[in-house]
Design a protein around this ligand. Structure first.
Ligand code: ACO
Length: 330
């Protein structure tokens, strides 16, 4: 295959599991209130996957919708990436499970670990594989069953997350500039502010580890909040500069859906409050799925139209962060 100059998103899809858990429901699980959660986070409810649904099941549903939207069969996918911090298991990859479920028999598949930033990182990786000419069509999925990795006894974290998946099909060519250059960064020195310390090779599964509840996500919320605001704001400006654009050129900004106060702070810093897309009230923080779900919804509800410039930005554990810009060509 020849290298291409443009890579476009030709289809999107998302999937939210049926069960809805409201703030009122959470009042029965931990000592909290609808008022506290809404005031601090902007969240009203979140979706929770069924016991027999794993991340690959959610991801496969989103993928099928994205393929339908793109109008192509799964066999045309050359590369399949799943961004997730809640994989079905350590190995094989969740991407391989998705491949099997959707019949993407010609794809090579892998998972990408960048916590909540995963979908944007995966978009960038897939775009560059296509730009190089190595593949023509890629399926990128953000899929999370966060409900299995959060501590339902910790009111500081369990109220924040939800389950869900989003997907995008990328292809060489298309009208306009397509997916442009990204600005991304990481800082491993701050890993312990947001992590799941148990279960891996550092702190393997033992009775003691489980008793200490180390298999669950731990977060220092205030610190994470501060870094998220600064890093996402900076990343957007860097991505705009790389692509010779300004804030005024952008029709729609889609930030990571972690907390409405984080989103509002970024909007205020950049002066973009009138063009910011959020659905955190309905789904809470679905980690790597959040950006993918929001992009799909913004396209389907007409917020994003052909020719619009859209800026995406993310922040997550690692720390990891990034932003990119795309011209919607569909
Ligand atoms: N209900 C009621 N009270 C609570 C709850 C709750 N669910 N959780 C904490 N509190 C209490 C605390 O115990 C504390 O009480 P104290 O003053 O008596 O000690 C008080 O509320 C204030 O707690 P803080 O943690 O300081 O509250 P804060 O205003 O920082 O809000 C929050 C907490 C919502 C977690 C906020 O820090 C936040 O959103 N941080 C960013 C989190 C985030 O977005 N993480 C993910 C980003 S990356 C990714 O997506 C993986």
């Amino acid at each position: 295959m020849e290298p291409t100059r443009t890579v476009s998103i030709i289809g999107t899809g998302s999937y939210l599991p049926e069960k809805v858990l409201t703030n009122r429901d959470l009042e029965k699980i931990v000592e909290t209130s609808d008022e506290w959660i809404y005031a601090r986070t902007g969240m009203r409810e979140r979706h929770i996957a069924a016991a027999d649904q794993a991340s690959s099941d959610l991801g496969a549903e989103a993928a099928k919708k994205a393929l339908e939207d793109a109008g192509i069969p799964a066999t045309e996918i050359d590369l399949l990436i799943v961004a997730t911090l809640s994989p079905d298991m350590f190995f094989p990859s969740t991407a391989c499970f998705v491949q099997e479920k959707i019949g993407a028999t010609n794809a090579f598949c892998y998972d990408l670990g960048a916590a909540c930033s995963g979908f944007l990182y995966a978009l960038d990786a897939a775009k560059n594989q296509i730009l190089s000419g190595a593949v023509k069509t890629a399926l990128v999925i953000g899929s999370e069953k966060m409900s299995t990795f959060i501590d339902w006894e910790d009111r500081g974290t369990c109220i924040l997350f939800g389950d869900g998946a989003g997907a995008a099909v990328l292809r060489a060519g298309g009208e306009g500039r397509g997916i442009m250059q990204s600005a991304m960064g990481s800082d491993g020195s701050l890993a312990d502010l947001l992590w799941t310390p148990g279960g891996g090779s550092r702190n393997p599964a033992t009775h003691e580890m489980i008793d200490q509840r180390q298999q669950y996500l731990k977060m220092q919320g205030r610190e994470v909040f501060k870094h998220a605001v600064v890093r996402m704001g900076e990343a957007v400006l860097q991505a705009l500069e790389k692509n010779n654009l300004t804030v005024d050129d952008i029709k729609c900004f889609i930030p990571h859906q972690a907390n409405i106060r984080i989103i509002d702070s970024i909007a205020k810093r950049l002066g973009i409050a009138d063009r910011i897309y959020t659905n955190v009230d309905k789904y809470a923080n679905t980690s790597s799925a959040a950006l993918a779900i929001a992009l799909d919804e913004a396209v389907k509800d007409g917020t994003i139209q052909k020719g619009d410039l859209v800026a995406l930005t993310v922040f997550g554990g690692g720390f990891t962060w990034g932003a990119n810009v795309l011209e919607w060509g569909k």
